[in-house]
Design a protein around this ligand. Structure first.
Ligand SMILES: [Zn+2]
Length: 490
């Protein structure tokens, strides 16, 4: 997942720091180490535990195959997976996308004639982000086991899910399960850079090989604290990214004679006005349900305001209270603008003719950039300042349904696996490959199926990335449950 660790932390804070009257979970005070392997053992059949152990071995090998992107080199991982599938008697196909970069697809058939609209796609990416080796205490590609954790780049993002998907897929074949739909396993490339070898290129070249009506991908999370699952957040939609430059232009001149139309000052004034702007609150079907569910996890006072969010009389004040309580919640409720880059000037004694800032904007699904920029133009109200939309916008995709059988199956499986902890739909503030799938009429949902703590999650894309071995087993068990619930005839 791209650039998500800070946001995870804020979301975790939302779920966790407030449990006085809600869930009683604060045995570990802030700053105290979380005991290793806190997550309960798998409570279903011991065959799933054995499968978890086996899949852990696959994860170890996948971590050891360095797929740092760039250059990616995912083909080596694809070949390793092909070998596992071959031993199980499952044929797979390597799909070349660029030199050394190939995806892999395999299918378990329900009937001789495929019905893509019913098929279930299990998708995970094989590439990982780079490492700063000097900041790791273990070899990032050594797959070190220590204190109940498996360390390594990709342990969580996304080789853990890759191995769990593979386990659920292999389990179907071993059990000789009677499928009610095709189940497709897909390992993708270049998710972290989203270039030509990414799912975008894969869909363009090979859509017919993995076309499906339903998919499960990364993008959500199972939040754990003190050995218990707090809730499972299933991503059903995502915000849409735009990068917009704010450009102020003025008269260039010698700095010894200040000018009123100085571009730097006009840009600074514009940015201050933009910074003070808060876009209107807009609840979507997903966020409405998310907040309904998350209310009961808060203390009485905050829970009350979360519940008031969708009321005509107190909604506005409630939105202010909960936005102040948690920046991730604020971002879930509205379009957001973060200035991220600034440039102006070439030397200290020259007034530049132009000053430029980049805004990273995240729109709610259904909102349009034109409407937001018209509002910003009005607020800035300066003929010297213009907005320029960069061409690298994200994709506006439809939201996946919260009413279909697959979403219901995910909810049921997660609740069973995690002792009845709430399962909530989730609208992520980041983008995932699922947007591409949703644009192809796939009901795609995001999950990282492992119960992870704040500390585990913040290592994603960071240093000493790791997964608790017990959590990995639980994630494998959850994927097995989901696939069985949805794709196996009883
Ligand atoms: Zn990822």
């Amino acid at each position: 997942m791209i650039g998500k660790q800070k946001i995870w932390m804020a979301i975790l804070a939302a779920g966790m720091s407030l449990g006085t009257a809600g869930m009683v979970m604060a045995q570990n005070g802030p700053g105290l180490p979380v005991s290793p392997a806190p997550v309960a053992t798998i409570n279903n059949a011991s065959s799933t535990t054995a499968l978890g152990q086996e899949a852990l071995g696959w994860l170890v090998e996948l971590i050891k195959i360095n797929t740092t992107n760039p250059p990616g080199n995912e083909e080596a991982a694809a070949k390793y997976i092909a070998g596992i599938l071959q031993k199980e008697g499952i044929s797979s196909e390597i799909l070349p996308l660029a030199s050394g970069r190939s995806a892999l697809v395999a299918r378990l058939k329900h009937a001789a004639t495929a019905d893509p609209s019913r098929a279930l796609l299990l998708v995970a990416h094989m590439d990982v982000v780079g490492v700063d080796k000097s900041k790791w205490t273990v070899d990032p590609f050594g797959a070190t086991m220590k204190d109940g954790y498996l360390y390594g780049r990709g342990a969580v993002d996304d080789k853990g899910m890759l191995a769990a998907n593979l386990a659920a897929f292999v389990a179907l074949k071993r059990a000789g399960s009677r499928l009610n739909r095709d189940v497709i396993f897909l390992a993708t490339c270049d998710e972290e850079a989203f270039g030509d070898p990414s799912i975008k290129g894969l869909i363009a070249k090979n859509w017919d090989k993995f076309a499906a009506g339903f998919a499960i991908n990364e993008g959500g999370v199972v939040i754990a604290k003190d050995g218990k699952v707090q809730y499972t957040a299933v991503q059903a939609s995502e915000k849409v990214t735009y990068n917009v430059d704010v450009v102020a232009r003025g008269t260039s001149g010698h700095a010894s004679i200040p000018l009123k139309d100085n571009a730097v000052l006009h840009l600074a004034t514009a940015l201050e006005k933009i910074g003070n702007y808060s876009a209107p609150v807009h609840l979507t079907a997903v966020t409405r349900r998310y907040f309904e569910g998350v209310a009961s996890l808060q203390d009485d006072e905050l829970g009350k305001w979360v519940r008031s969010l969708d009321t005509p009389d107190r909604g506005e004040h409630a939105a202010r209270v909960i936005s102040d309580a948690n920046p991730a919640w604020s971002a879930m409720l509205r379009d957001t603008i973060s200035p991220t880059m600034l440039s102006a000037g070439v030397r200290a004694n020259v007034i530049p003719a132009e000053a430029r800032a980049t805004l990273n904007i995240r729109l709610l699904p259904g909102d349009t950039i034109g409407v937001l920029l018209a509002e910003l133009n009005k607020i800035v109200n300066d003929p010297q300042v213009k907005f320029e939309i960069q061409t690298n916008a994200g994709l506006a995709a439809p939201t996946s349904s919260l009413e279909n059988d697959f979403y219901t199956a995910i909810m049921k499986a997660a609740a069973q696996e995690f002792a009845g902890a709430p399962v909530l739909p989730y609208q992520s503030t980041w983008g995932t490959d699922s947007a591409q799938l949703r644009l192809h009429n796939v009901q795609a949902y995001g999950l990282v199926p492992f119960p992870l703590t704040e500390d585990d999650l913040k290592r994603m894309h960071g240093n000493d990335e790791r997964i608790p071995v017990a959590a990995f087993g639980k994630g494998v068990a959850l994927m097995v449950r989901i696939v069985n619930e949805f794709a196996v005839s009883r």
